[in-house]
Design a binder for this molecule. Sequence first.
Ligand SMILES: C[S@@+](CC[C@H](N)C(=O)[O-])C[C@H]1O[C@@H](n2cnc3c(N)ncnc32)[C@H](O)[C@@H]1O
Length: 411
Amino acid sequence: MYKIKPAEFYDIAAQVGFYGLEKGGLTGKKDYVRKYWEDIVIKSIVRSPIEKLLERKGDIRVIDLGCGSGEGFELLTHVPVSQPLNCGKQCFVLSPEQISYTGVDISDSMIQQGRKNYETRNNVQFEQADLNKGFPLKDENPFDIYFSSYSSLSHLEPEKLQRLVEEVLNHAEPPAFIVFDLLGKYSPEWPKYWSENRTVLPYNMAYLIPPELRGKESIQWFDTCYWTPSMLYDLLEAAAEKTEACIQVVQCVDRSIFVGRHMETGLFEAPCFNYRYQINRFFDRDYRGELEYLNIDLDWCVKFGKLQPQVWARLQDYKEKWNCVINLVEALLHGNDDMVSYLIETTIPDISNELKFLTWLYRNAYRFPAVDFWASVMGPQIAVILRNIEMSLGPALGCGHGLLCVVEITN
Ligand SMILES: C[S@@+](CC[C@H](N)C(=O)[O-])C[C@H]1O[C@@H](n2cnc3c(N)ncnc32)[C@H](O)[C@@H]1O
């Protein structure tokens, strides 16, 4: 397998325009799933740390580790308030003026793109640095949040990440937070890795290429690290012990379990499923979802499930809840009232309120002054419910595309 260096890959990605201020859509890097599912999971996990910091000070210093072209600035300044009905005009917890943002990335093209994207903001700056060499801004004042998103730190080998964390712990002044968003080892995108002893394994971002152009020779592979929660906790414990820092994991969750981008590529010897595209259709206000493609199928990976029973139980649990939602919507569409009652009353108690809500919504469609109720009201609500079920599944097992973890550095 021909492998490329990540920095070269990301240079090209920035140069061909994947990291501009692109708007959402059915496909692409900044598709609706990224905006309304993945970003929302990250935003909901960073909201209370931001609120906690804002109780002590008026603005927040953030360093974004592997910042790309500054996506973290947009994300952190668009975290919805926790009580939207009581907040008047305030939409977001942190305004763009309340943040001092420094993005660090190895790719010069990313840094240039970031500077271009935010040239009018003097509270946003970018530095080119290789995080494999440790924390690059030791002479700067401490930051409040050492942030990273969308697998940037999976580019570092475990020892390098540990060194980076140690240097962050030495640099930070409590209270401060570290946000990790690593690749999850037990994602159903790559079950062939579930039994691998190695942490460093090949990865690619071929999902950025349209499927018809995704020939074998056009795919650029590079090494990344795939993480389980316990591997990450061990690393944190070792780093805290070495630096004598006090830390505590605030939250650790699996992000994008069935909507990971590689579910549709089949490039890790798994079948292709276009769940993500279908969820994008739900989120879009003009398209209707195509329910026939939305039933989650895990039969093909039973043999992998035996290797990781806990992960398998979590995937089955989510699958049952997800499919129950899809079956309910199907029953509503076909006017199958017996099935609707059966699903609400006799299946999974945890989600019966969600099922009742969708049923109420559908049966009150005529009250909504929308052109296409199914596309613009029902679809987005179904997608949000499927996302919220994922968010309610409990502490991470490493079975999402992303393993998201917030750590507090305390006194
Ligand atoms: C998948 S992108 C994520 C970018 C951004 N955080 C986002 O939310 O879109 C991963 C980023 O990590 C950067 N990166 C990879 N290896 C790195 C290293 N050793 N030091 C610093 N940045 C690195 C890449 O250049 C790339 O911009």
